[in-house]
Ligand binder design. Sequence first.
Ligand SMILES: [Zn+2]
Length: 158
Amino acid sequence: MHGAAEPELGRPGLGRGPAVRVLPRLDDANRFFWTSGADGVLRFLRCDTCRCYVHPPGPVCPYCLRGELLPEAVSGRGTLHSFTVNYQPWIPGDGPYAIGLVAIAEQDDVRLMTNVVDCPEQALEVEMAVEVTFEQVEDVWLPLFRPAGRPRPTAAGA
Ligand SMILES: [Zn+2]
């Protein structure tokens, strides 16, 4: 079927993600992760014994089953392992947005399902370098990712 609802390929850019966010329920195990962006830094639990990063947060290191897990800052850089673009306006007025699986630079098997933002659709590419950018919604800082190495927007939005 062809019609006005067809996705417009090659459009200049994608939105910041879905218009309405379903927020995670914060608890003692995950609060550090969902509020980490308050200072602009992404953090994951890291094992003090085998030094592996662990995500999602849990009580025990799944790699060595021994170490204590403590939040530790990471670079915020990663690579886009896979992605898709959602065209379905689940909420009226919702624009297309990119859903990506991002592997963090520090450890390839630590991956986040997230949105890739500030990126033209035609520039999305598997293995592209990305960096974290946070979107605050209520008491949660959602870690989203944008193409790495581009100038950050100023506070004035210029
Ligand atoms: Zn461990």
